[in-house]
Structures are given as C-alpha cells and as structure tokens.
Ligand binder design. Structure first.
Ligand code: ADP
Length: 174
C-alpha cells in the first residue's frame, strides 16, 4: 500500500460539526430537509440558513451528493450525500461506494483540500459498521490514488466502538 496515500487519512472520534476541515459531509436523506442523527446535529450547528439553501436544491437521490455553504460551522462547506438504507443486497455496496466517490469528486470540483466524513448509513440506516468502514476507506484510498488534489480525508466517528473499527482496518492496510 502506498504510505503517502495512507498518510492523507485521519481517523478521529468526536462531533463532526466541530471539525475544521474545509468541508464536512452530511449523511442526509433524499429530501435534504433535515432529519435526526448527524443530519440534525449539522443543521443545528450551521443555523437556519443551511435549511434555506437546502430547500433550493430539490432533494438528492441515494448515492449522489450536493454541496452547500457551511454558514455557522467552522467548515466552509457541507457536502450532503444520501446513503442506502441497508438491505443486505449487492446494491448497498454500489450505492455507499458512490456516496464516497461523489463527495470526493464534489470536493475536487470546488477546490476543497480537506474533507471529513461521518459513518454514512451506519446509524438509522443500519449498515454494518465493518462492511461500511471497508467501503469508506477502500474508496477514499482508490480515489486519492487516482486524483491527487485532496490533501486530507478525516473519518470522524461518533462512538469509540466505531472509531476502533476504523483504526483497526487502517492499521491492517499499513
Ligand atoms: P444514516 O441515516 O446515514 O444512518 P445517522 O445520522 O443515523 O445517518 O448515523 C450516521 C452515523 O453518524 C452514526 O454512526 C452516528 O453515530 C453518527 N453521528 C451522529 N451524530 C454525529 C455527530 N455529531 N458527529 C459525527 N457522527 C455522528
């Protein structure tokens, strides 16, 4: 494994709304009009201006991503993506991979050098954390190997358990 790519990846535990990356990723739903979990936390921290901008976007299909301002967040941008509801079918992996890829591509398109991801789909959408972690890291590594513009990808895990899953998987790649 190319250690230069792995050095661009940071695993952290905490609240993504406090992250000082250029962009934070929101695990949204297709309406983009807010919800619970990390979505609710991001909207509370960003302020009502975020919802106002989201209303202009007309929603987002599962697997795709949309970008808005970050308003009262430290991050300048929020990249909203809609993960799959886990169904134990092959399409889950295709869609979750597309979420990570589309977020990273939007970051490049907008000159974003650092981006922080939550564990997309691993809350109410019930994606098993080990499978989701592998998709998240493998996709980020593959993407950064092909395109050099992104300097830092942070995976911000809310729980210690999920943090350990990501840490262990990253270690296994070194
Ligand atoms: P989904 O609907 O995609 O499953 P959720 O918001 O329910 O999204 O959960 C996604 C992940 O985000 C879960 O692992 C949850 O613990 C985590 N999470 C919730 N709040 C925060 C936060 N403030 N910062 C980072 N991660 C969070």
């Amino acid at each position: 494994m190319n250690s230069k790519i792995l050095d661009k990846i940071e695993i952290a535990q905490g609240d993504i709304t406090r992250c000082d990356a250029d962009a934070i990723v929101n695990a949204a739903n297709t309406s983009l009009l807010g919800g619970g979990g990390v979505d609710g936390a991001i909207h509370r921290a960003a302020g009502p201006e975020l919802l106002a901008e989201c209303r202009t976007l007309g929603g987002c299909p599962t697997g795709e991503a949309r970008i808005t301002g970050g308003y009262h967040l430290v991050a300048r941008y929020v990249i909203h993506t809609v993960g799959p509801v886990y169904s134990a079918k092959p399409k889950d992996k295709t869609l979750l991979t597309a979420c990570y890829r589309n977020c990273l591509q939007l970051a490049i398109d907008n000159g974003i050098a650092s981006i922080a991801f939550p564990a997309i789909s691993c809350g109410v959408y019930r994606y098993p954390i080990k499978q989701a972690c592998k998709i998240a890291l493998d996709t980020a590594i593959e993407f950064m190997s092909a395109k050099a513009a992104i300097e830092k990808v942070i995976f911000m895990l809310f729980s210690e358990k999920n943090y350990r899953v990501y840490e262990n998987y990253l270690q296994s790649l070194r």
